[in-house]
Design a protein around this ligand. Sequence first.
Ligand SMILES: Nc1ncnc2c1ncn2[C@@H]1O[C@H](COP(=O)(O)OP(=O)(O)OP(=O)(O)O)[C@@H](O)[C@H]1O
Ligand SMILES: [Mg+2]
Length: 225
Amino acid sequence: MIEHEPGWHDRAAAKSRPLFVPPAGETAQEAADRVKREGAEAAAVLLAEVPRRYRHCNRWTWKGDWPSAVDAWQPAPGADPWALLLLGDPGVGKTHVATTLYLKLGAGFRRRRWVSVEDLVRSEQRAIAGRQSGDNRGEGGLDSALDCELLLLDDVGSGRGTEWATALVASVLYHRHEHMAPTIITSNAKCAEDFAVFDHRISSRLREGTLRVLLEGPDRRSIRP
Ligand SMILES: Nc1ncnc2c1ncn2[C@@H]1O[C@H](COP(=O)(O)OP(=O)(O)OP(=O)(O)O)[C@@H](O)[C@H]1O
Ligand SMILES: [Mg+2]
């Protein structure tokens, strides 16, 4: 008789159990169809959060070598690297890569936001104007940018906009660094030291616990498909 190590019965029984037990009233096929449908619905919701121009972005529409350094980023609340900084000249594909990651990782975060600095500033200005005229319905974009679990903040530190707008973005970065909140940042800066638009306190925080990837190549906007 073959002597088995103790406990093997339990392990064998666990292995022979079906991996997925459909809820009562649902056949295995119905359950599989539902899971597929829910996955497709979640993907559609995620895609709708991305501006139309970037909805085509994924690894399959990327031409040339994929910047594989970005795949090392495994965002988790309260852990470094809290931010992935995608740096480089206009048109090299920073927003394409950022969006690809957002679509890949986004499903793992309930509260998430894809927003450009321009839109963040505009929505906050609108909300402030609304509050001043007694209309409290308009919600500023700031709160969700501060507190969401995954933030994609596009086009940081371009130097455009007012001092107030720069301070607004700085406060988002300050807060997310403080809370180690997963953030994807794109910028025309070439390195963390290059965020000249912010004061030293912010550029210092953009160096701490961040994964920085410099993208290089042609301006794809000027290349015909
Ligand atoms: N390697 C690539 N393969 C395929 N398409 C690309 C690639 N790089 C960029 N693109 C496409 O070129 C366009 C411009 O890229 P993207 O917006 O990502 O540039 P960017 O680096 O964010 O520029 P900016 O600094 O001006 O915001 C997008 O439509 C994007 O999908
Ligand atoms: Mg961009």
